[in-house]
Design a protein around this ligand. Structure first.
Ligand SMILES: [Zn+2]
Length: 288
């Protein structure tokens, strides 16, 4: 095989790895996003709730959310489910990513891309902050179809920007190349620091009573001041960056996390979920 041909044979494998790596960063697991949505719902006025639900009912995936939700109040249940839609489309064949051929467009959608790079921004790329600004604008001033598309994205990305590792890391793809060992975890193998933080909210299938008791716990934590500016994306981003510098990383790579580190990490994750929920609710009251 000539060098040139060998390069072509290797290249697709390299490409696959490059395409797979960024999707390793999912942000808070589904439980985290539902907890944030649950806290936001409490803050939302009856008018905001009504308007949010009216938009979600017109979304092409409303029937799926309706089927999956397990709350007594279905409006509340679909609001929770819509907050994880942006992660679910990563594995959904109606959507496409990278260099795949485009898939047929659904009503209300500008395109069918998965937009994995909208979930973060680090020195290597990502658009979370500019997307949040855009979706907020669309929710307040856009055409009906733009609002329908924007709402699930906004519900999700307010959560993601509060996950510190979605704003960078230490040259390790937001902690996706930094491995730790978690003593109490079911898996014995080391896991990524990013995955460890994503799972701090609890089991991702959490709904109903378990979700309610987590939300009750989070609600008792200190919340951001109500004097704070609404929709201050820059502040949320900077707070996450500060946490990366101070709290997110254990002292050593490949180390087993000690109980003290785990306690602090859990506390910081809980405060971020608390803040994201309060801020999301206030922002929606302002935008809708
Ligand atoms: Zn995400």
């Amino acid at each position: 095989m000539t060098n040139a041909r060998r390069f072509h044979a290797i290249c697709p494998a390299v490409l696959v790895i490059l395409l797979v790596l960024p999707s390793a960063s999912h942000a808070w697991n589904a439980a985290g996003h539902r907890q944030i949505a649950a806290l936001a719902w409490e803050v939302m006025t009856p008018t905001t709730r009504r308007q949010a639900v009216a938009l979600l009912r017109q979304h092409p995936d409303y029937p799926r959310w309706r089927k999956r939700q397990q709350e007594n109040d279905p409006d509340y249940g679909i609001f929770l489910e819509a907050s994880i839609w942006a992660d679910e489309i990563r594995g959904d064949r109606r959507f496409y990513g990278g260099r795949d051929a485009p898939t047929p467009r659904l009503p209300c959608f500008p395109d069918m891309q998965r937009h994995g790079d909208w979930h973060y921004r680090d020195p290597g790329g990502g658009e979370i902050d500019s997307r949040l600004a855009r979706f907020a604008h669309d929710l307040a001033h856009g055409a009906r179809a733009e609002k329908i598309y924007a709402l699930p994205w906004l519900l999700h990305l307010v959560g993601d920007i509060h996950q510190p590792l979605h704003t960078g890391g230490r040259n390790d793809r937001g902690g996706n190349q930094f491995y730790v060992r978690v003593p109490a975890a079911k898996r014995k193998k080391p896991q990524t620091l990013h995955g460890y933080w994503d799972d701090l909210p609890g089991p991702s299938g959490q709904r109903g009573a378990a979700l309610k008791s987590r939300a009750d716990f989070l609600r008792r934590l200190p919340s951001p001041s109500s004097a704070e500016a609404v929709g201050d994306i820059r502040r949320w981003y900077d707070e996450s960056r500060t946490l990366i510098a101070r709290e997110v990383y254990p002292p050593r790579r490949d180390a087993t996390l000690d109980a003290n580190f785990h306690r602090r990490a859990q506390h910081h994750a809980d405060l971020r979920l608390r803040a994201a929920g309060a801020r999301l609710g206030r922002w929606l009251n302002y935008l809708l």
